[in-house]
Write a protein that binds this ligand. Structure first.
Ligand code: FMN
Length: 216
């Protein structure tokens, strides 16, 4: 089939303002639970977009590890390309694509480094192979071949053979605040439903969210 003919109708669900939760975190939880229940591959995967110092964007998938009123958390190498870009400009965007549910969620916010305590707590719970893998990879650097990685992995494995693997100082995580969050549900005749939540900045004592329907 020619790619220009590759399309489908979206008719899985519709979204009305009065069926949406007032709080976007509650709404996100409902959708994430649906993605988990639908047995999608990597339902917690999200695409993280950053920009470099000259304004060029780049993207990659990371896994959501925690979310709540304080934001959305992921873990990574602090010397990676994404981390360097966040140092220069911490405005980021996250994108969840749950395509078999005909849904996407797009978040904008600021990425803040997690405390070492937070990072250690998470790192301790990772499988040992992932812990060693984190030590072994100088993420985003050019390497000559796969053997470089495998040799490094073997050396690290030996180094920590008899002890718990400590958190590398170059490994950490970020929490992305919620500046806006948009929920998209595919609709018939390409009349998709979109609702965007933004904080009501005028209401500081009792934070609320403005919810606006956007044209598809
Ligand atoms: C499904 C999926 C999940 C991933 N999860 C993570 C993650 O949680 N943290 C991470 O650093 N990289 C993760 N990666 C790898 C990143 O996409 C990326 O290749 C890596 O972080 C280097 O990105 P950078 O060079 O832009 O910094 C994941 C990739 C995929 C496809």
């Amino acid at each position: 089939m020619a790619i220009e003919d590759n399309r489908r109708e979206y008719n899985f669900a519709t979204m009305q303002r009065d069926s949406m939760r007032d709080d976007p975190i509650d709404q996100f939880r409902i959708w994430l639970d649906a993605a988990l229940a639908a047995d999608l591959p990597d339902p917690t995967a999200m695409c993280l977009a950053t920009v470099d110092s000259s304004g060029h964007p780049s993207q990659r998938m990371v896994l959501l590890k925690e979310f709540g009123d304080d934001g959305f958390v992921f873990f990574t190498n602090l010397k990676s390309r994404k981390a360097s870009e966040i140092i220069g400009n911490n405005s980021v965007s996250l994108h969840f694509s749950w395509l078999s549910l005909e849904r996407q969620v797009v978040i904008r916010g600021d990425a803040e480094l997690l405390s070492r305590e937070n990072v250690d707590n998470y790192f301790r719970g990772r499988p040992r192979t992932s812990q060693i893998g984190a030590w072994a990879s100088r993420q985003s650097e050019v390497i000559t071949n796969r053997a470089v990685l495998e040799n490094r992995y073997a050396r690290i494995e030996q180094r920590f053979a008899k002890v718990a693997v400590p958190t590398p100082e170059f490994w950490g995580g970020y929490r992305v605040s919620l500046e806006s969050i948009e929920f998209w549900q595919g609709g018939e005749q390409r009349l998709h439903d979109r609702f965007c939540y933004t904080p009501d900045v005028l209401n500081r004592t009792n934070p609320k969210w403005n919810i606006e329907r956007l044209a598809p």
